[in-house]
Design a binder for this molecule. Structure first.
Ligand code: MF3
Ligand code: CO
Ligand code: CO
Length: 276
């Protein structure tokens, strides 16, 4: 191994799941809290007539003021500080100058790098009054993520997460997107393991204390199938049905799970209160 390779070796995807120590958890806490604060700022400025470019600028400016770097900026040719996915956009929507309209639902996904650690989180925002089916979709998606997270404990398996999400979502006649998944996160943006949001209990790698990854289910009102538009990023539902997503970064602890990306202002949970 050359000198250069040796220097970058600890920061490469290795094909096995890293077990992180207390310094990593401390770093992820700081990065996760900053990402959550950025989303809290978005919460306070988003609304009718606001563009996704304006949202992206709030995230960029906050990152700069906080000594953080947006991980998506220049990532594989991506040029923005956030992904903004509106209505039938499943994920990786590119911010633009078009004003948001009453009835839109938008996911804002932010990853901030703080001292080398990646805080990755996303939430849904409702623009003015939204249709009841959009409220239900958002509530079901949030609850599915939380059920996935509550399935995390040492000795369990990664498949337990997808099983909890899938069996909660499908009775509502909504579907879980297969083409994108959660991922290990830490000093790498996208690391092992893949966290698929469907599955069967007991399948996949065993969860161990020190694992750090995201849970970020994308749920569609219609069919699960997606396609990527010609911009190379924007993923949309093939049937143009509405799609929603929430994302937390978590760590597996000795006793269960720690969520790194909870909102300091308590904004992470949607407010519609659909009886589930
Ligand atoms: N934040 C996204 C995730 O949850 C990744 C976005 S990559 C981008 O993994 F390039 F599309 F921004
Ligand atoms: Co992620
Ligand atoms: Co993300």
């Amino acid at each position: 191994m050359s000198y250069v390779e040796a220097a970058s070796a600890p920061l490469r995807k290795t094909g096995h799941i890293r077990l992180h120590g207390p310094e990593a958890f401390a770093g992820m806490r700081r990065a996760g809290q900053l990402a959550a604060q950025a989303l809290d700022l978005v919460h306070e400025m988003v609304g009718i007539g606001v563009s996704t470019e304006a949202i992206d600028k709030v995230v960029f400016d906050f990152a700069m003021d906080s000594g953080a770097l947006p991980a998506t900026l220049m990532y594989r040719g991506y040029r923005h500080s956030s992904c903004t996915s509106i209505n039938h956009v499943v994920c990786h929507g590119i911010p633009n100058e078009k004003p948001l309209r009453e009835g839109d639902i938008v996911n804002v996904d932010v990853t901030l790098i703080v001292d080398g650690w990646h805080g990755d989180s996303s939430r849904m925002f409702a623009i003015g009054e939204i249709p009841r089916r959009a409220e239900r979709l958002i509530d079901v998606t949030y609850e599915s993520m939380m059920r996935g997270i509550r399935a995390i404990k040492p000795g369990g398996h990664i498949g337990d997460i997808g099983a909890a999400i899938q069996e909660f979502v499908e009775p509502f006649h909504m579907s879980v997107v297969r083409d994108f998944c959660g991922h290990g996160v830490g000093q790498l943006f996208h690391d092992e393991p893949n966290v698929v949001h469907v599955g069967r209990r007991g399948e996949g790698p065993e969860m161990l204390p020190g694992m750090i990854f995201t849970v970020e289910p994308m749920i569609n009102l219609g069919r699960p199938h997606v396609k990527v538009l010609s911009d190379g990023w924007t993923a949309v539902t093939r049937d143009r049905s509405l799609s929603a997503q929430f994302e937390h970064a978590i760590g597996v602890t000795e006793t269960g799970v720690e969520i790194f990306t909870l909102s300091p202002k308590g904004y992470h949970k949607p407010v519609f209160g659909t009886p589930l």
